[in-house]
Design a protein around this ligand. Structure first.
Ligand code: NAP
Length: 654
């Protein structure tokens, strides 16, 4: 709730801030406040896309919006009025159209309103803030594994729904990936104003793409604000969870840092361990004989001073992209070993800080922040989806998928040429030969400029072996180094590894999934594993837009609906039907066969060794939002409580 009196207290500040703010979210805020929508029609012809209007909207129109908004704010402050309610649907539709610069299909409108928290008390299709009609049965407890972004989201929403839970966290604090990855330059490459929970916006991001410390601090703050910390068992790693059908509960084994094992019972388990937290250490002959430090980016040895040393970095994915430009100026030499190049896009905001005025506006002008989030969300949502679809008739199918994908490819090549066009040898090494988006797309963190530095070498010959003081490539070259950084990614396919998760019949997830073939219904539930829910599970990674937080919110909402169904119907358990699971996965595979990640031109951690896409979602955001927004009980086998058995009590109170 904005304090209008504070907003208008300093007229000069207010006018300066309005001047610094973006005109379209300001105009929409004006309509919210005044209830007069005419300005939307006046502006619409000048707006051609999100953010595509700075030149085209006439100066006098911009002035009018700012002046009328300042007057409306003052009027609100003088009358001591509360914020107005959300406008009627037809006005909201026009607002969305103006913000996006194009009509928003009706199917997107409810999702966008939820993202902006403008969808009223029902809060979206699933009403995830609703408490269950029946309270959780006596002693019912949910065990959440992990207190990263997804685990915290689950905890916050379970708490709101009055469902008892405990979180087991292997680390000594919250934050997951943002806590664990200490490498130099670590940060987000999803715009921060929507890489944040929809229910907990942060108007104080210092940058449009913040660095790890700030992201980690955000999650720490959320844990405190929502009172989650007392429900977390830190330094406690879940090693196993076995379903005990006779007692209708999960028997969990947790190990403390000191190695002490503990047995716990819970009635439902939410795994929130992520996909990218078990480093992949390459099997390079002789690596163990290297005389200096060797560490993975996620296990960066902060005790090591890299200044003035010769650093060899293996890997050029998202982590390498952030490390190399950050350390290049400090090291004596940086040797970058590239197995295959990535496609890279520039983003003008990537290094920009958010001005004080902009932050003030986000905090103090009602509705501005929501509409700014809308613009980001729309701009980074399903817009890319068509570019990732394989056109079977496309003639250049080795390097692109369709006309839009080819246009992106040309734009990226143009960017690379602008950066290093004067160095044909380097150029030839860095332009990928597979279609854009085949591997995780990267944002240019001054990568190409870094490659041009005198003290940086990009080595593309394959690594043969490592010796005490050097990396030797197949072309016979020996590359002397003092320290090796492994920017070699994660064992994404071994989801939930190394936990031993066993379902109703004693079969383990590992038996079902093998080493790298995880499958679940909507990435969340698995047949034979009652009351077991996975966040950021199989086929839920986003490769075409959106933010991981959006997906986590969808999965948490779905999980809460499942738990609510248990309580409201007095059931002991619910588990996904095998046929529903199988046909869902068939649809996933079919959709992927038509998408970029099935292209044979590149290797990618999105696929397993059999070529099946296992990590990424093939769905548009709006489709996944709709799928997870409504629990269809026909998809599940439900079990009544067994009157003969004595249900176990949850046992994790200290
Ligand atoms: P990654 O994308 O899997 O990249 C690993 C790199 O190591 C690739 O260049 C790979 O080459 C190379 N590599 C692996 N094994 C090798 C070997 N034996 N010899 C030579 N090179 C080898 O890993 P990542 O960079 O850690 O990123 C993983 C994911 O984490 C990202 O895709 C993203 O989802 C997330 N992440 C996000 C951010 C961010 O938001 N900014 C930052 C870091 C990570 P190939 O390409 O040839 O396989």
């Amino acid at each position: 709730m904005v304090d209008f009196k504070k907003t208008v207290a300093d007229e000069v500040l207010l006018r300066d801030a309005l001047e610094a703010a973006d005109i379209v979210p300001l105009a929409i805020a004006l309509v919210h406040l005044t209830g007069q929508p005419e300005i939307l029609d006046t502006l619409q012809p000048h707006v051609h896309g999100p953010w595509d209007y700075s030149e085209s909207i006439p100066a006098e129109l911009k002035r009018e919006v700012r002046e009328r908004l300042a007057a409306a704010l003052k009027e609100y402050a003088a009358a001591d009025r509360p914020e107005p309610p959300a406008p009627p649907p037809e006005v909201l539709r026009k607002m969305m159209r103006l913000a996006a610069g194009q009509p928003i299909p009706d199917e997107y409108a409810p999702m966008m309103l939820e993202q902006m928290a403008l969808d009223g008390p029902a809060h979206g299709v699933s009403g995830w803030q609703k408490k269950p009609a029946a309270t959780a049965p006596n002693q019912f407890k949910v065990a959440i594994i992990g207190s990263g972004m997804s685990g915290l989201c689950a905890a916050i929403k379970l708490k709101e729904a009055s469902i008892p839970f405990v979180i087991f966290e292997k680390n000594d604090t919250v934050g997951g990936t943002w806590h664990e990855n200490p490498y130099p330059g670590c940060g987000v490459d999803t715009p921060n104003h929507f890489y944040s929970y929809s229910f907990e916006p942060n108007h104080d991001w210092s940058h449009y793409f913040s660095k790890r410390e700030e992201l980690w601090a955000y999650f720490e703050r959320c844990a405190d604000k929502y009172g989650i910390r007392p429900s977390i068992r830190f330094n406690t790693e879940v090693t196993a969870a076995h379903y005990d059908a006779s007692r209708e509960c999960w028997r969990i084994t947790a190990r403390s840092k000191e190695g002490r094992e503990e047995a716990i019972q819970a009635h439902a388990v939410i795994s929130a361990v992520g996909q990218l937290n078990r480093p992949s250490i390459p099997k390079i002959p002789g690596l163990e004989s290297f005389y200096g430090p060797v560490f993975h980016t996620a296990q960066w040895d902060t005790e090591q001073d890299i200044k003035g040393r010769r650093v060899a970095m293996i890997g050029t994915g998202a982590s390498g992209m952030q490390v190399a430009p950050t350390i290049a100026a400090d090291v004596e030499r940086l040797l970058i070993f590239q197995r295959s190049p990535h496609w890279v896009v520039p983003n003008p905001n990537y290094h920009r800080s958010v001005s004080d005025a902009k932050r003030w506006v986000l905090k103090n002008i009602p509705f501005y922040a929501q509409w700014y989030r809308f613009q980001l969300f729309w701009g980074f949502a399903d817009g890319l989806y068509p570019a990732l679809q394989i056109d079977p008739d496309w003639p250049m199918s080795d390097v692109s998928l369709n006309a839009i994908n080819e246009r992106y490819r040309q734009n990226m090549i143009r960017h690379i040429k602008r950066e290093i066009g004067d160095d044909p040898e380097l150029l030839q090494k860095v332009i990928p030969t597979y279609p854009p988006y085949g591997k995780r797309i990267l944002i240019d963190n001054h990568w190409y400029r870094t490659l041009k530095r005198d003290n940086v070498n990009l080595i593309t010959a394959d690594i043969d072996h490592v010796e005490a003081g050097a990396i030797v490539t197949r072309d016979g070259q020996s590359h002397a180094a003092d320290l090796v950084v492994l920017a070699t990614g994660f064992q994404a396919g071994r989801m939930l590894w190394p936990m031993d998760i066993r379902g109703r019949d004693g079969h383990s997830l590992r038996d079902l999934w093998g080493d790298d073939d995880p499958r679940a219904y909507m990435g969340i539930t698995v047949p034979g594993f009652p009351n077991f829910f996975i966040l950021y599970g199989p086929n839920t990674n986003l490769g075409h837009g959106g933010s991981a937080i959006f997906h986590a919110e969808c999965q948490v909402k779905y999980t809460i609906q499942c738990l609510r169904a248990l309580f409201e119907n007095g059931w002991a358990s619910l588990e996904c039907r095998q046929d529903v699971h199988d046909s869902y996965n068939q649809r996933v595979d079919e959709a992927h066969r038509r998408m970029v990640w099935s292209h044979p031109g590149m290797n990618t951690w999105y696929r397993n060794k059999n070529g099946r896409v296992i990590t990424n979602s093939p769905w548009r955001l709006v489709d996944y939002w709709k799928m997870t927004g409504h629990l269809n009980l026909d998809d599940y086998l439900v079990r009544q409580h067994d009157r003969a058995s004595q249900p176990a009590a949850g046992t994790f109170d200290r």
